[in-house]
Design a protein around this ligand. Structure first.
Ligand SMILES: C[S@@+](CC[C@H](N)C(=O)[O-])C[C@H]1O[C@@H](n2cnc3c(N)ncnc32)[C@H](O)[C@@H]1O
Length: 242
């Protein structure tokens, strides 16, 4: 019998996760994005391999966001998958800004996989976060170009890179090109060590392109434990904008 492709495994897991969440009382998750993010983590722990942003890594990112000044209002996420991290970003923004989250406080999460987009939209609705977490179907670069053209995104406090590693660097540079960074913005990237994003890592570690007037970054690797063992989260702070 032919073995299942990774794509088919992800799709099957997404169906199982939907069943796992929606077979529980809705009251457990209503208005509670943290509870839903925790349920996704529990499901992943039980099922084994699932490419979610684990709590051990999330803790590092959360600390950076809570310390950010001024407080974050606009978060971009490249790679939605099942919405674990998108729900967590929304929950962090709610912790910071209160239950009545202001209209200009938003998470935009991007994924070309329509199945994952549909699942995450249902999760976002269940958690009562649909006014804050926007799930956009398509490549992150296309969706971001559109948001900028529409005037919906003019400045970014944090961009999270958790999609396919070959896109990390160009999607970081897109924010430079669109002049979306501010001093103190954060670029947070998962899996820079494994499977690895060497061009991205070299770029942020060097502080950016080094060209006159270019964006400058200060970057640090955080080793965390979780899921399949040690893994690195790269957090880069914007020191100067272009
Ligand atoms: C590692 S998963 C994301 C995990 C997610 N952040 C979470 O914690 O649940 C990677 C996702 O990136 C998506 N992806 C691949 N290329 C992309 C692109 N160019 N823009 C946005 N998403 C992309 C894939 O479809 C996949 O669902």
């Amino acid at each position: 019998m032919a073995s299942e492709s990774p794509q088919d495994t992800f799709a099957r897991r997404a169906d199982e996760l939907r069943e796992y969440v929606f077979s529980q009382p809705a009251s457990k998750f209503e208005n509670n994005p943290w509870a839903l993010a925790a349920a996704i983590e529990t499901f992943a722990n039980e099922k084994g391999h699932m490419m979610i942003f684990r709590d051990s890594k999330l803790a590092v990112a959360k600390e950076a966001l809570l310390a950010q000044q001024p407080a974050p209002r606009t978060i971009l996420e490249f790679g939605t998958f099942v919405g674990k991290s998108a729900l967590a970003w929304g929950a962090i923004l709610r912790d910071i800004h209160g239950e009545n989250i202001p209209e200009d406080v938003n998470v935009y999460t991007f994924d070309p996989d329509s199945k994952m987009v549909a699942l995450t939209r249902d999760f976002v609705k269940l958690a009562g976060m649909e006014n804050t977490i926007h799930v956009l179907e398509g490549f992150g670069s296309d969706s971001l170009n559109k948001l900028v053209a529409e005037g919906k995104v003019t400045s970014v406090d944090m961009a999270f890179y958790d999609h396919w590693e070959k896109y990390y660097l160009s999607d970081l540079q897109l924010l430079e090109e669109k002049k979306l960074w501010r001093v103190g913005s954060l670029a947070i990237a998962d899996n820079t060590d494994m499977p690895g994003a060497p061009d991205y890592l070299a770029y942020v570690k060097a502080g950016g392109s080094g060209a006159a007037g270019a964006v400058k970054y200060e970057s640090k690797s955080y080793e965390t434990q979780g899921g399949k063992g040690p893994s690195v989260v790269e957090i880069s702070v914007v020191l100067e904008t272009n």
